[in-house]
Design a protein around this ligand. Structure first.
Ligand code: ZN
Ligand code: ZN
Length: 340
């Protein structure tokens, strides 16, 4: 067997360079060797490859964290997985020792590593990862559904912070892949209505035709007025999947409602009218990646209740990763999957 693989390596300045690398091998007792079947392109990958970068990544690594694959070899101490198991990746490896890990707030670990950002990731035919980063998923879950495990886990984690109730009316600002996952999850939980706000016609058509949501083009319509017309009093839950929409979101929630802040825009600042939060009894909740949402996410995928793979609009070979990134960046694809 040829023991090298040809993989795109992140070399900085938004560039990927195809290089030959040795196929990784099990080295530590808790290592697992995975034959990757497919890996989704994430907003994080777009940010890593932006110029200037909007997300840090180590130079010289393989990026990608939304991978699914089969176990091909295991280290001596691995006992929860065996050769042949299908696995998905929970990419953040927390330290277990910092003040936050000790409080059980793993998602706030101050000393973590991430597969696909600081450690080699899954845009490669082979990946070695520690057992604790891997979750077994049943073979009956399709490859494409399983590839959406990591972004879905963020949504599961966010809804744990801001629960939705059956019959709720929901407005999601941002109809990209994460907004679309929020919409699918909200509808599966029994939301009465899901409105989705965006500026991109492609995404708005997708929201209506594929997701069954009510699209609102905020270039053409006044969002607050549209939400008021649709609900009479505003939405029970408003989700900002963009990262700088708090002032808008506060105007869309009904009194006593909840605003869930999910999108991340580290360099943006907003002015908000604090008065309306107090006067209208609003709950404003931030949710970052989710606190151990992984087991429930696997169970949700295995239940078949959400057909996540509807979001995948393109499937490309590894050699076309850069084109896939461009498809998503230009807003002409919803979710792009790289096949190994
Ligand atoms: Zn992701
Ligand atoms: Zn920690």
């Amino acid at each position: 067997m040829n023991n090298t693989m040809s993989v795109p390596i992140f070399v900085g300045d938004g560039r990927l360079e195809t290089q030959h690398r040795p196929i990784p091998a099990v080295q530590h007792d808790d290592d697992v060797l995975i034959a990757i079947e497919a890996c989704g392109i994430c907003g994080t990958d777009l940010n890593i490859l932006a110029v200037p970068p909007a997300h840090k990544a180590k130079l010289g690594i393989v990026i990608g964290h939304e991978g699914v694959g089969h176990v091909m070899a295991v280290g001596a101490s691995v006992n929860g997985l065996k050769i042949g198991d299908r696995v998905v990746i929970a990419p953040r490896l927390t330290c277990g020792r910092c003040e936050y890990c000790r409080r059980g707030l793993d998602n706030q670990c101050t000393n973590y590593q991430t597969i696909g950002t600081t450690l080699d990731g899954a845009f490669a035919p082979w990946l070695v990862a520690p057992e604790r980063a891997l979750f077994k998923i049943a073979e009956h879950v399709s490859r494409d559904d399983a590839a959406l495990f990591e972004p879905l886990s963020c949504v599961v984690g966010a809804f744990a912070r801001a629960p939705l109730h059956a019959g709720d009316r929901v407005c999601i600002i941002g109809a990209g892949p994460m907004g679309a996952l929020f919409a699918q999850h909200a509808l599966a939980q029994g939301a009465a209505q899901v409105l989705m706000a965006d500026v991109a016609p492609y995404r708005l058509d997708f929201a209506r035709d594929v997701l069954g949501a009510t699209p609102v083009n905020v270039k053409e319509a006044d969002l607050a007025q549209t939400v008021m017309n649709a609900t009479g009093i505003g939405c029970d839950l408003v989700i900002d999947a963009v990262g700088n929409q708090l002032p808008t979101a506060l105007n869309l929630a009904r009194r006593g409602g909840t605003v869930l802040l999910f999108g991340l825009r580290p360099n943006d600042t907003q002015q908000v009218k604090q008065y309306s939060i107090t006067r209208h009894d609003l709950s404003v909740i931030g949710a970052f990646v989710g606190l151990n949402p992984f087991v429930q996410t696997v169970q949700l995928l295995e239940s078949g209740r959400i057909a996540l793979s509807k979001l995948i609009t393109h499937r490309l070979p590894l050699s076309e990763l850069a084109q896939g990134v461009e498809l998503m960046r230009s807003g002409h694809g919803m979710k792009v999957l790289i096949e190994m």
